[in-house]
Design a binder for this molecule. Structure first.
Ligand SMILES: [Zn+2]
Length: 459
């Protein structure tokens, strides 16, 4: 049975308001959230509704008056069978990319990033090809950093990717022959606009190398936008399957579906699989929330717990507002982080994050009010610090001139070796954590204060 909560009656209906506040608390308390999104979350970003008959589609139709194509046909792999529809597709995609380049991430994109920053986002799965998740700082399947350097079966580094682009990315191009992928640059875009696909540089280079050896030249492939059309399989399908299996095993405790009508078969399957593991949680978490302007079909009655009727941006604003009120400690840390900007401030955040949350017992000797007292400044990195005790596993990253290799010692200042008896006290003696070590951890998400595993990530 789906409970419907209407965002539009929030001002006049106190019961509705309370129910929505309670739902916000569920989000705030969750630990491993899976988010599934569709075109609805990019509406307020200025992305045109490219499937409707006006706007971009009409513009392209005017350019190709003799071609009869419906909006859906523009996303069907069958279009490559005909040179004219292929040219129209390229022109359309060039115009679409140009519009997307002018768009900005919506509050909903920022909300997904906030879930990540707070250590709650297990994964975001999106149908969108606009790449706006990358713009808010979420590592995406198509990002350059995600490419797997090895020659194994995996094409991407599965670890660290937060946003799965189920339908590809319009900011990338892929060779139709050798499948090499690269960023879509201004030159590519100009050729697409004219309806002509650019040649693949990888194919060209390989062919030239062969000709230099007096071997036969190779065929050169052409580039197309690296998006996934209907009736096409995703080039990263195996890797995405691996990620999804791993996410299911980690038993997410909340599933949020936003801005999609769930018409694509693969996505429906994904939502149902995640729902199964989310509902295995017997606590107050373990909920499935659907946020969309259009209500879900009846087949979802036994799947969704809540249907929030309305705009996703409005709902996420309400969630954030309630979350800040109900769990101010989650936000106090972030204020410190952004207010400071300097490394020393960030160091204090790391220390404070260790004193809040469920690991507070590690500091039982500390004053219980300590977390409400503004942190005293740490010395600057250049000033002398007490010698830190360093666990053996951390010595490498610590660059300790005593412990590290001879090459690293050059230019370093020698410090005495720490007696073994003084090691292993990272959490109990405040001033024994080295600046170097803490700084080396700053690259990792540090605002995870709610569980042991999260603290273990930091230290
Ligand atoms: Zn190629």
């Amino acid at each position: 049975m789906v409970i419907t909560l209407d965002m539009s009656s929030i001002a006049s209906d106190a019961t509705m308001r309370r129910a929505l506040t309670s739902l916000s608390t569920t989000v705030a308390k969750s630990k491993r959230v899976v988010v599934v999104t569709g075109a609805g979350i990019s509406c307020s970003s200025g992305i045109p509704d490219f499937r409707s008959s006006d706007g971009l589609y009409a513009f392209v139709k005017a350019k190709y008056p003799d071609v009869v194509m419906k909006g859906r046909d523009l996303f069907d792999a069958a279009l490559f069978r005909d040179p004219t529809s292929t040219a129209l597709f390229y022109t359309f995609m060039a115009e679409l990319k140009a519009s997307i380049d002018l768009a900005s991430p919506s509050p909903t994109h920022h909300f997904i990033k906030t879930l990540d920053t707070k250590g709650k986002l297990l994964r975001s799965y999106t149908q969108n090809i606009d790449g706006l998740e990358a713009r808010v700082g979420l590592a995406c399947t198509s990002s350059e950093d995600a490419k797997s350097p090895g020659r194994g079966n995996s094409k991407i580094k599965v670890k660290g990717i937060k946003n799965i682009q189920l339908h590809g990315d319009i900011h990338r191009v892929r060779c139709m022959l050798c499948a090499a992928e690269t960023k879509c640059d201004a030159q590519h875009l100009q050729l697409f606009r004219e309806g002509t696909p650019p040649d693949c540089q990888e194919c060209k280079t390989r062919s030239e190398e062969r000709r230099a050896r007096s071997a036969r030249a190779l065929k050169i492939g052409t580039l197309r936008p690296a998006i996934v059309l209907y009736d096409e399989s995703h080039p990263l399908g195996d890797d995405i399957g691996t990620i999804q299996t791993s996410d299911l095993k980690r038993k997410p405790d909340l599933l949020i579906i936003m801005g999609t009508s769930l018409k694509v078969h693969g996505l429906r399957k994904l939502v149902k699989e995640f729902t199964r593991v989310v509902h295995e949680h017997k606590s107050e978490s373990g909920k499935v929330i659907f946020v969309n302007k259009t209500p879900p079909a009846t087949e979802w009655d036994s799947i969704f717990d809540y249907y929030v009727s309305g705009d996703t941006d409005t709902w996420v604003s309400k969630v954030l507002e309630d979350w800040k009120k109900s769990r101010p400690q989650d936000w106090e840390i972030q204020k410190t982080l952004f207010a400071g900007g300097a490394t020393e401030q960030k160091l204090m955040v790391v220390k404070r994050s260790a004193t809040t949350g469920t690991k507070a017992k590690l500091h039982k000797n500390n004053n219980s009010n300590a977390e409400n007292i503004p942190p005293s400044p740490l010395p600057f990195a250049g000033e002398s610090l007490p010698t830190p005790p360093v666990s053996p596993s951390k010595r490498k990253s610590n660059n300790d001139p005593v412990e590290c290799s001879p090459s690293k010692k050059r230019g370093g200042v020698l410090r005495p070796t720490v007696p073994a008896s003084e090691r292993g006290a990272l959490f109990t003696i405040k001033k024994t954590v080295s600046v170097t070590e803490l700084v080396s951890k700053m690259d990792k998400p540090i605002l995870r204060t709610s569980s042991k595993e999260e603290l273990d990530d930091v230290f």
